[in-house]
Ligand binder design. Structure first.
Ligand code: ATP
Ligand code: MG
Length: 415
């Protein structure tokens, strides 16, 4: 047989309710925050990610699923959610919408990474993109959207924030980094030596032990912010405080994407080993322009849903399974089987979930099966029930029984 590709996962029928639960919370919270869903294609022209995500990032350099299609176009499977939304924003003239335009997505994301717990080649992200507002109050609102989802899911995570400044502060900071690393390059990994030339900021994100050690004493971006960026950062902190959120300023957060300006943030946990970042995001005021639109500020995040589910497991959060069946119609004998089939369909058309036997089980094993699928009620139909036109509805929780007319089955469950 052919096996599943490395780094991908099946969601099996007995587990899909877990995903539905998380996705429902995501959609409910999005509604509370006035965020509307946007769906963009699973693949885009490779060029979009080169320009949008940045060609010095790990994602673009090492992790993209890129291929040539039959029309000789270079195509890439989404390695993140933001660039596609930004493209759709420009292409569909969403700039003429009332601002801010608040959008969310739930999407598969593809990255060629070394698979391990919490690190897949296809994973799923819930993300938001708020366009058209440049104040830090909207950054705080984005952070609160993620926080509310995580909190509703029963998770406790820590919020780390930082500012990456703007082009101006980054110029100064890059100089400071160059100065700092100048005489330390020999002890650093080849990738960082390359980063030194192309984009020294990326060094801060390196996961190699030696580089990490050297990075401990690297200059902090927060010491290089211009007045405007520093006021923005103060305003962010103020809004988070107003909302009662606690946070830690961590100048080492630079995020793995080039498009961030000013605010960046992460929600992290120590419960998932080294894959502890559950959600990451920030502001990207130049992105839309960078990929060919006009100047529109944006801010958003991506939340890894596999990591969210792993964390729910690790923290022992119980996920209610609301997908069990309401009524099981057990039956024995031709007439009774047909009645069960008929009632089962009628119940379903009235919005009541119902099941009946399809594989010729004995009465006893039909009851066992009903129990297994979590049926709330069981109605047993045999020759007696067909003759008398009455049946007993058994409530599985306490075993209590109610006798009703066969004609009343649907109305009994219809409240
Ligand atoms: P990391 O540092 O863990 O590689 P990242 O900086 O690459 O994360 P983002 O690109 O910001 O992460 O993606 C947002 C979120 O998506 C992450 O915080 C994480 O929860 C999740 N995520 C990223 N890559 C993977 C992956 N390969 N497998 C599963 N989840 C992932
Ligand atoms: Mg990564």
């Amino acid at each position: 047989m052919v096996n599943i590709p490395k780094g991908t996962k099946d969601v099996l029928p007995q587990d899909s309710y877990r995903w539905h639960y998380v996705e429902n919370v995501v959609r409910e919270v999005s509604k509370l925050f006035g965020v509307k869903e946007i769906r963009t294609p699973t693949f885009e022209h490779t060029e979009l990610f080169l320009r949008g995500v940045g060609d010095t990032t790990d994602i673009v350099n090492k992790e993209m699923y890129t291929f040539e299609d039959k029309g000789k176009r270079s195509i890439t499977l989404k390695p993140e959610g933001t660039a596609g939304v930004a493209r759709a924003f420009i292409e569909n003239g969403l700039i003429s919408s009332a601002m801010p335009l608040k959008m969310y997505y739930i999407t598969p994301v593809f990255r060629y990474e070394r698979p391990q717990a919490g690190r897949l080649r296809e994973h799923h992200q819930f993300g938001v993109e708020f366009y058209g507002a440049k104040g830090a109050d909207i950054d705080a609102e984005v952070i609160l959207t993620a926080y509310t989802v995580l909190k509703r899911l029963g998770l406790s995570v820590a919020l780390n924030i930082n500012s990456m400044g703007c082009k101006e502060c980054r110029k100064e900071y890059n100089n400071a980094l160059k100065e700092f690393y100048k005489d330390k390059l020999d002890g650093m990994c080849p990738t960082c030596r390359e980063r030194y030339e192309k984009n020294p900021l990326r060094i801060i994100d390196c996961k190699e032990e030696n580089c990490k050690k050297i990075n401990e004493n690297a200059p902090a971006i927060t010491d290089y912010l211009c007045d405007e960026c520093s006021e923005h950062f103060e305003s962010l902190k103020k809004h988070l405080t107003i909302a009662g959120l606690t946070y830690t300023v961590n100048p080492k957060i630079v995020r793995g994407l080039d498009y961030y300006t000013k605010t960046v943030f992460e929600f992290v946990t120590t419960a998932l080993g080294s894959q502890g970042t559950v959600c990451g995001g920030g502001r990207y005021d130049n992105l839309i322009e960078q990929i060919g639109g006009s100047s529109v500020p944006g801010v958003g995040f991506g939340m890894g849903l596999e990591r969210v589910l792993m964390l729910m497991d690790a923290e022992g959060v119980e996920i209610p399974n609301k997908e069990s069946v309401k009524v099981f119609l057990a039956s024995m004998g031709d007439k009774a089987n047909e009645k069960a089939f008929e009632l089962c369909y009628k119940l379903r058309t009235e919005g009541i979930s119902a099941e009946t036997d399809h594989v010729g089980r004995s009465f006893k094993s039909q009851f066992k099966y009903a129990d297994k699928i979590g049926a709330e009620y069981v109605i047993a139909l045999g020759d007696n029930e067909i003759e008398s036109g009455k049946c007993k509805v058994k409530k599985m929780l306490d075993g209590s029984e109610t006798e009703i007319e066969l004609d009343e089955v649907v109305s009994f469950f219809k409240v």
